[in-house]
Design a protein around this ligand. Structure first.
Ligand SMILES: Cc1ncc(C[n+]2csc(CCOP(=O)(O)OP(=O)(O)O)c2C)c(N)n1
Ligand SMILES: [Mg+2]
Length: 193
């Protein structure tokens, strides 16, 4: 099983210039990983990280765009797989934090844990490659190729579940800047302003 912070550190260390998008519990985990850079975006709307990431990848074709998506979130926005497959940005890496639950809201099981094959759907939608990892060493050793080869790439990480206490989640740590500040700051950075 992979601890999501280790996967984030591996991405930042392999490509410090990559744009990182975060969804749900990964937003909080990224608080332990992020530096004072402008190249991350906590996406506040459940399920939309893949759609926002697609837009950034299309606008910035020379920048790797790495999306840390929740499995419950992706289930809620399956159409984004088809749109990504159609647009086929070479620089998009869609990482699925597969924990089989809605961790942020208390750990309820998601239907696709038993019915549905998210990597299979990504493949059918036209992602160029679909890979799965169960340990961090294996992921880290394949990461340079994943970031350099033509995407879009769908990466399933069997992720350690971190269920949050739903009643208290507003008090969990967050990256230094929230999306309202971060989105325009990151846009300016990417546009060289
Ligand atoms: C439309 C809508 N329904 C429900 C929620 C409540 N909600 C917030 S996070 C979350 C679970 C996210 O699960 P997943 O994407 O698997 O990420 P994880 O928490 O497991 O990292 C839910 C149900 C929401 N934000 N928006
Ligand atoms: Mg989940």
């Amino acid at each position: 099983m992979i601890e999501m912070r280790d996967a984030m550190r591996a991405v930042k260390s392999e490509d410090p210039d990559a744009v990182v998008l975060l969804a749900e519990t990964s937003t909080m985990a990224f608080a332990d990983v992020s530096g004072p850079d402008d190249l991350y975006l906590p996406v506040p709307s459940m399920s939309k990280a893949s759609s926002v990431g697609l837009g950034i990848a299309m606008a910035q074709p020379d920048t790797n765009v790495v999306i840390f998506d929740g499995d419950g979130s992706l289930l809620m926005n399956l159409g984004s797989l088809v749109t990504v497959g159609k647009q086929a940005p070479r620089n998009l890496v869609h990482i699925l934090l597969a924990n089989d639950v809605y961790a942020l809201t208390g750990g309820q099981p998601i239907p696709s844990a038993e019915r549905g094959d998210l990597p299979g759907m990504a493949r059918a939608a036209g992602y160029k490659s679909v890979v799965q990892f169960r340990d961090i060493e294996q992921f880290a050793s394949e990461l340079p190729a994943i970031l350099n080869e033509d995407g879009p790439t769908f990466v399933v990480l069997d992720t350690v579940t971190e269920v949050t206490n739903a009643a208290d989640w507003k008090n969990y740590p967050r990256p230094p800047k929230d999306w309202k500040i971060q989105a325009p700051a990151m846009r300016d950075t990417l546009n060289g302003k």
